[in-house]
Design a protein around this ligand. Structure first.
Ligand code: NAI
Length: 332
């Protein structure tokens, strides 16, 4: 068996972590042969709750889980970690816009960027889940200059999974038969869920989703809106934001980053823009990527029609505005 690796989860006493910790500990991300030491960070008032989570993890009797370190100290939390799940943040409540969250959350990610820079392994892979995820990831990276900026990503995998589930339900096939649905842009209501490059496996034949669904207005309008507003719909029903599905998406994102994507299939991740598809540089923007040897590459050469161009511009503009606001908050 290999040596244990250290993995930090922030917001470890919160509701996403309650599902996520079990998924990580049992091997869903790093494989079923890789022992782990889990570092759990939360804020001081949550330490009693966190102790309860630690007890439950012990009671799960998970063979791969070698040690659990609960803490409110970023210096302890980020020490020598190879992977960081940055979940801790203030969650969106009913009726609250994501922009309201920016001010509260951006400061947390500055502090955590500095701690990663100082204490984490230099090849640490960072997934930001806490909202506004894209801009938080950008800020975090800026304050961790000794770690490559490619190592900071934001989660749009929940949106991808939601989109894939909607398309598969519409066609009436199991979800794994649908692939290459893309989420472009921000993890917000301006995101562009795009099924125009998606494919479906129907009785062993690979067909495009567009030729199977044959309903342009559903794909361009209904589908896009369902996915964009799915988070709000879950909040309206549950009175709490998505947690189980967010945890599953975080494990999908990190598993693919560590273990690679299947040939011919791509996944969506918020990554630093290199200007591909006309997206402004120096934004964390969700692109379709493939992953090999722990390195992601943006899928090139996809046809972007005028409709898609317009959608990419809208979500890119929102991210530029968020970045400006975030920088202003930090510098104030
Ligand atoms: P929650 O409120 O249940 O848990 C958040 C935890 O973070 C709390 O225990 C809190 O004490 C902790 N926390 C706050 N500040 C912290 C800090 N500075 N350091 C460490 N921990 C800190 O929230 P939940 O439901 O677990 O959601 C967490 C975040 O994930 C929210 O920002 C939410 O909006 C976001 N989210 C993102 C999704 C995505 O697709 N990117 C999907 C769903 C949620």
């Amino acid at each position: 068996m290999p040596e244990p690796i250290r993995v930090v989860v922030t917001g470890a006493a919160g509701q996403i972590s309650y599902s996520l910790l079990y998924m990580i500990a049992k091997g869903d991300v790093f494989g079923y042969e890789q022992p782990l030491i889990l570092h759990l960070l939360d804020i001081p008032p949550m330490m009693d709750v966190l102790q309860g989570v630690v007890m439950e993890l012990a009671d799960c009797a998970i063979p791969l889980l070698r040690e659990v370190i609960p803490t409110a100290d970023p210096a302890v939390a980020f020490k020598d970690v190879s992977a960081a799940f940055l979940v801790g943040a203030m969650p969106r409540k009913q009726g609250m816009e994501r922009k309201d969250l920016l001010s509260a959350n951006v400061k947390i990610f500055k502090v955590q960027g500095e701690a990663l820079d100082k204490y984490a392994k230099k090849d640490v892979k960072v997934l930001v889940v806490g909202n506004p995820a894209n801009t938080n990831a950008l800020i975090c990276s800026k304050y961790a200059p000794s770690i490559p900026k490619e190592n900071f990503t934001a989660m749009t995998r929940l949106d991808q999974n939601r989109a894939q589930a909607q398309v598969s339900a519409k066609i009436g096939v199991p979800v794994e038969q649908v692939s290459n649905v893309i989420i472009w842009g921000n993890h917000s209501s301006t995101q562009f869920p795009d099924a125009s490059h998606a494919v479906v496996n129907l009785s062993g034949k690979q067909l495009t989703v567009a030729e199977v669904i044959k309903d342009d207005s559903w794909l361009r309008d209904t589908f896009v809106q369902i996915v964009q507003k799915r988070g709000a719909a879950v909040i309206a029903a549950r009175k709490m934001s998505s947690a189980l599905s967010a945890a599953k998406a975080a494990t999908d994102h990190m598993r693919d980053w560590f273990q690679g994507t299947v040939y011919g299939k791509y996944v969506s991740m918020g990554v630093v823009s290199d200007g591909s598809y006309g997206v402004p540089k120096d934004l964390v923007f969700s692109f379709p990527v493939t992953i090999k040897n722990g390195q992601w590459s943006i899928v090139q050469g996809l046809t972007i029609d005028d409709f898609a161009k317009q959608k990419l511009a809208i979500t890119g503009k929102e991210l530029e505005e968020e970045k400006e606001e975030a920088v202003a908050i930090i510098q104030a």
